[in-house]
Write a protein that binds this ligand. Structure first.
Ligand code: ATP
Length: 636
């Protein structure tokens, strides 16, 4: 065998390989991706050179990987352009190793993780091999095959070799501690992880392993719904089908392709990690692309493939990179456009998907001014009004018979006097009494009952200063009250004042404000708890700061419905018009009964707004029984 050259690679570090291995202390597996990528590059170079008539075209392009258990070698072969002696000297001894030095130089400065260690190149083979051989034959006419060999020190040898067809074999003599790469199952997993969508066949022991077609590289026109769904199922097995998807494709000012999916339920979605997969020229780089898309899009899934995302920088540097930020903005814009399109073209499907879309849209709007403008008309609320009919109904029918509307749609149905008041309810059960009252008077109420709404409603208020957002249980306006004047008694007090006194005495709690009104409707309750906006907000804010659930604030309003039979009876009882028995000392039994009933009416109202505290329940139960007993005694 003719020795062509033995020499030293010109690098500044005496022995670069242990350092590489240490620097990339985990994830040595990326060597396979790097070597297969080099093979794919060599194949496309050959294709281009053949088109220019500079070399032969060659057989069908493929990368093949072979394992020799006895020799403990892994060989990665391609039938690409190959190299002649000079090229090996230039590209392997110089290009490959100077980029190794560059990498190490950079790595010294970066102390946080680098995404996927992408583009480490040929020298990454030394992360797993104690010796690397390269046998290559250039596709140029009359070339001679050469073998380059290096044992991990800067020393290398070059000699004439045998290779019948153009292309390159990289033979890795695996280190003892890296023998996991001699297992075919391990290599197969690596191929499907990193090289699945490469446009060249990758074979392991003669069998093609990769899937090859990257749907995101195709035009949306050439893809069916099923193609998208299949890609989703393939990338995220056993996770159900996606709700909708966005096809990304731009080549200016950066090159980016991809397909993003909205998962069906965001309940399980990960808002911290990010599940979008990052690819670079069809090669898998990373499972999480947290730094590239805005936070509110992190639960989206799918693929972003861009050679323009800098990958050998730290994650923190990536976050502040201007181009990356602009890519994030581009993705958000495309997502916004897709949502607009669905809302415009298929409002029913949009409404049916709303519960899953809402978190992205609401959080996105609150976090990103531009996105907020894009989705301003796309935010839906459940509505108490009946769904409309026809092609563009408003309210739109959604899932399970629900009706949805937009803020703008809601406003078109407000009457002149109240056209700035947005009535909303955050808890249909907890605010049932007040909600029923408003509904009984024909008012439409928006349902803002998700966790995000506690922040979204204040945000909307801030954005729409001209509107007044009013929770159903904050106050009741005149439309819910009977207009009847009251006559005062000889003592100068009307019934409302008497009832106020009665409840004040019964509750003996300064923090509770008593209001008495005559509510419209036969089904109006005897009493309601109201939480005036300011009072409630202070309580909500305090709860947020102390990281507890808001609960019922100590300061609240008890609204007593003086038209309710129970309240009317109570008044009579208190006035002594009901026959009293016994007496003497302290308050009369009737007064005592009236007090107990007053307390009971209050606690009934409390039951409707989230219930009593556990320590109040026993008393409530006891009083209920006592009261019923007493009332039966009196024959009431
Ligand atoms: N299988 C191969 N066939 C032909 N040439 C190769 C092959 N592998 C490497 N080379 C040559 O060696 C050079 C250095 O390879 P290396 O992988 O270190 O860096 P790179 O491919 O240029 O860039 P990257 O860091 O993105 O991989 C390549 O540019 C190419 O010219």
């Amino acid at each position: 065998m003719t020795v062509l050259e033995q020499g030293q690679i010109q690098i500044h570090t005496e022995n670069i390989f242990p350092i590489i291995k240490k620097a990339v202390y985990s994830g040595h597996e990326v060597f396979l991706r790097e070597l297969v990528s080099n093979g794919v590059d060599a194949i496309s170079k050959r294709r281009m050179a053949a088109m220019a008539g500079d070399c032969s075209e060659g057989p069908e392009a493929k990368i093949s990987i072979r394992i020799d258990r006895e020799a403990k070698t892994l060989t990665i072969s391609d039938n690409g352009i190959g190299m002649n002696v000079d090229e090996v000297k230039r590209y392997i001894n110089q290009v490959a190793f100077s980029s190794a030095e560059d990498f190490l130089e950079k790595y010294k400065q970066e102390n946080d993780a680098i995404i996927g260690h992408f583009g480490l190149g040929f020298y990454s083979s030394f992360m797993v091999a104690k010796q690397v051989e390269l046998v290559t034959l250039s596709a140029s006419a009359g070339a001679e095959a050469v073998r380059w060999s290096c044992d991990g020190s800067p020393n290398f040898s070059l000699e004439v070799a045998e290779r019948s067809e153009p292309g390159t074999d990289v033979i890795l003599h695996l280190m003892e501690e890296e023998l996991e790469y001699i297992e075919p199952t391990r290599i197969r997993t690596l191929i499907t992880t990193y090289c699945d969508f490469l446009p060249v066949e990758v074979q392991l022991e003669g069998e093609t392993v990769n899937k090859r077609e990257a749907p995101w590289r195709k035009s949306p026109r050439d893809l069916t719904d099923n193609d998208y769904i299949e890609l989703y199922r393939y990338l995220y097995p056993f996770q159900g089908d996606p709700l909708l998807w966005v096809h990304l494709n731009t080549d200016y000012p950066y090159n980016l392709q991809g397909i993003l999916f909205f998962p069906k339920s965001t309940g399980r979605a990960d808002w911290e990690k990010g599940e979008i997969k990052l690819y670079c020229n069809n090669v898998f780089v990373s499972d999480s692309i947290k730094e590239v898309v805005p936070r509110y899009l992190l639960p989206l899934r799918g693929v972003i493939d861009s050679p323009d995302i800098p990958l050998n920088v730290s994650r923190s540097a990536l976050q502040t990179d201007r181009r990356v930020r602009s890519i994030g903005g581009f993705v958000a814009k495309k997502v916004g456009d897709r949502l607009k399109e669905l809302h415009r073209n298929d409002p029913k499907r949009y409404a049916e998907s709303w519960e899953s879309l809402a978190p992205f849209i609401k959080i996105g709007a609150m976090e990103d001014e531009k996105f907020a403008d894009q989705v301003a008309d796309l935010v839906l609320f459940g509505s108490t009004a009946a769904a409309g009919e026809g092609d563009s109904p408003d309210p739109i029918p959604g899932e399970g018979g629900k009706a949805y509307t937009t803020l703008a749609g809601y406003r078109t149905r407000l009457d002149g006097a109240n056209d700035k008041r947005i009535l909303y309810c955050t808890d249909e059960a907890g605010q049932a009494g007040a909600l029923a009252l408003w509904k009984s008077q024909g008012a439409e109420v928006l349902l803002a009952d998700t966790f995000i709404d506690t922040q979204f409603i204040p945000w909307l208020e801030y954005r729409h200063e001209e509107l007044k957002f009013q929770r159903v249980d904050s106050e009741l306006d005149e439309s819910l009250q009977e207009k009847e004047s009251e006559i005062s008694d000889a003592d100068g007090k009307d019934n409302s004042e008497k009832l106020r006194d009665l409840f004040k005495a019964a509750l003996a709690n300064d923090k509770i404000t008593i209001q008495v009104q005559a509510l419209k409707g036969d089904n109006a309750p005897a009493a309601l708890i109201l939480l005036p906006e300011q009072m409630r907000r202070l309580n909500d804010m305090g709860a947020l700061m102390e990281q507890r659930l808001p609960g019922l604030p100590d300061h609240h309003v008890l609204l007593v419905n003086r038209k309710h039979k129970l309240v009317e009876g109570l008044l009579k009882l208190s006035a002594g018009s009901v026959i009293t028995t016994g007496g003497g000392g302290g308050s009369s039994p009737s007064q005592q009964l009236a007090d107990d009933l007053g307390r009971h009416v209050y606690e009934l109202a409390r039951l409707a707004v989230g219930g009593l505290e556990p320590n109040e329940l026993a008393g409530f139960q006891q009083r209920s029984a006592d009261l019923m007993g007493k009332l039966m005694e009196r024959g009431l």
